[in-house]
Design a protein around this ligand. Structure first.
Ligand code: NAD
Length: 484
């Protein structure tokens, strides 16, 4: 019998979590969890059977009656206790995240701590989920508006942020008084399960939260076809979001969807070029570019174009891709061979159409799914990569002759998740703030994601928001009571 590797020993074996019980393979279908930095198998992941999904639905439905009646103060206590456990366990959880997802340990730790903050923020906001009293039409009429939990929710989360994305959905649903069945990404199960474990250990009642895995389309179809589910939340590609929206429309389920992006960044003539390059490098190559809000189409105004490209390339060449567990690795691998293939085909197409390769451009030798940090300039707008989300370590820099030209090109795509601009001129800021078709805009900043502010897109980048008071309301329905 083969001995388990050190990575396997350090990695928590994933299980299903249904009605407060942890369930292993035990005859179920299973799949391998792969370390993308080495290609080695970390664990076998059980798939939920239809009977498991039924059990999760029944448990969530039953638990809803109790959880909605739990005082917000008590719900808050559980979320805060879970946040504290996450902080205590941060090092071990981050280690597991790097093993299964590949990102450098430092990024994994920061993501985990941000997830704890997300639990804390919702713990507090859930206590302030106020309704209101509307003045009546006559002296004795009393009109009250209540915010009530929507009911049983389903959530589907991807592999790129295995902690923060599930944390947003769990915290929002639970703080509002909803119960939840979450299908975590099969590629990165241990991190999401560590959040579930923290809530379990903090005293979350059985059935309030259930975590499952399986063939994504089969699980989502099963859950979205169930009359028990009142609402779903999905983070992933626009193509899958559209499929889920169609399925859920059959029973008019409510939806929150955070889908693809292709964020433009406009570097104006008055921008601080070195500072803009620092921020855009960090934003672009974080998580090997597998970030829905990563700045990707960079439009630089003519007067600062050469200086910006020089500063950006200087920094891109200093990046050191490598196993995220090793000191000195500043960028991890891609999630899977599909992403490597996608990079290869998008870059080949851009070069054929006349783009200039400034650095990178190929997979890296050795094990794992590493791709070199890549910069293309002069990329024609009809290149596939200017139209499809690359979701990899690939920056596209183009010259613009005016702010209006950059604005028009920025708005050209059906996406509208995040956008960035670098300028200190107040009139230009105002013009871009009004004109950019986006859900989130960073001006001289890439910080658009924090628990207290709404995170979401417009156009085909999604519906609704996560986090902020807006995000909590996505898990609430409105009830009007008129009394005489
Ligand atoms: P994919 O579209 O196959 O999967 C993306 C995610 O959606 C995965 O987590 C997958 O498990 C899930 N998914 C797929 N089909 C589903 C279904 N029918 N029901 C429920 N969940 C389903 O693509 P991929 O190769 O894994 O990732 C590539 C693309 O996905 C990227 O180019 C990017 O556009 C998108 N993506 C976006 C985000 C985001 O944060 N918005 C995250 C991950 C991936």
């Amino acid at each position: 019998m083969q001995r388990p590797s050190a990575d396997q020993l350090a990695y928590t074996q994933p299980q299903l979590y249904i009605n407060g019980q942890w369930l292993g393979i035990d005859g179920r279908q299973a799949e391998d969890v792969i370390n993308p930095a080495t290609g080695a198998v970390l664990a076998r992941l059980p798939h939920a059977t239809p009977a498991d999904l039924d059990a999760a639905l029944t448990a969530a439905q039953r638990a809803f009656c109790g959880w909605r009646a739990v005082a917000p103060l008590e719900r808050s206590r559980i979320l805060r206790a879970a946040a504290a456990l996450l902080r205590e366990r941060a090092d071990a959880i981050a280690h597991g995240m790097t093993l299964e997802q590949g990102k450098p340990l430092r990024e994994a730790r920061l993501e985990l701590l941000a997830s704890a903050d997300t639990f804390d923020w919702h713990a507090e906001e859930g206590r302030r989920n106020y309704g209101r009293v509307v003045p009546g039409r006559h002296l004795h009429q009393r009109i009250t508006v209540l915010h009530e939990p929507v009911g049983v929710c389903a959530a589907f989360t991807p592999w790129n942020f295995p902690a923060i994305t599930p944390a947003r959905k769990m915290a929002g649903a639970l703080a509002a008084g909803c119960t939840l069945i979450i299908k975590l990404a099969e590629e990165t199960p241990a991190t999401g399960l560590a959040l579930v474990r923290a809530l379990h250990d903090a005293g979350l009642p059985a059935g309030v939260l259930n975590a499952v895995f399986g063939v994504p389309a089969e699980v989502s179809t099963y859950l979205l076809d169930s009359p028990i589910v009142a609402k779903f939340s999905f983070t992933g590609s626009t193509a899958v979001g559209k499929q889920l929206a169609q399925q859920a429309a059959r029973s008019l389920k409510r939806a929150t969807m955070e889908l693809g992006g292709h964020a433009p960044a406009i570097v104006c003539a008055d921008a601080e070029v070195e500072r803009a390059a620092d921020m855009l490098i960090a934003g672009k190559f974080r998580n090997a570019g597998q970030v829905c809000i990563a700045p990707t189409r960079i439009y630089v105004l003519e007067p600062v174009y050469e200086a910006f490209v020089h500063a950006f390339l200087e920094r891109a060449r200093q990046l050191t891709p490598g196993n995220g567990l090793l000191d000195g690795s500043s960028m991890g691998p891609l999630a899977n061979p599909r992403r490597v293939q996608a990079m290869r085909s998008l870059i080949a197409d851009a070069l054929e159409r006349g783009a200039q390769l400034q650095c990178g451009g190929d997979a890296m030798a050795g094990p794992g799914y590493f791709w070199q940090p890549t910069v293309l300039t002069d990329v024609p707008e009809d290149a596939r990569v200017m139209n499809e989300e690359p979701f990899g370590p690939l920056a596209l820099i183009n010259r613009a002759h005016s702010v209006d030209e950059a604005l028009e090109r920025a708005n050209r795509l059906p996406y509208g998740l995040a956008a960035y601009a670098f300028t200190h001129d107040s009139a230009t800021r105002m013009h871009l703030a009004r004109g950019l078709q986006t859900g989130m805009l960073g001006i001289n900043s890439l910080h658009v994601s924090m628990p207290e502010a709404p995170f979401g897109g417009v156009k085909e980048s999604g519906w609704g928001s996560e986090c902020g008071i807006e995000g909590l309301q996505e898990y609430c329905s409105i009830k009007l009571i008129s009394e005489d």
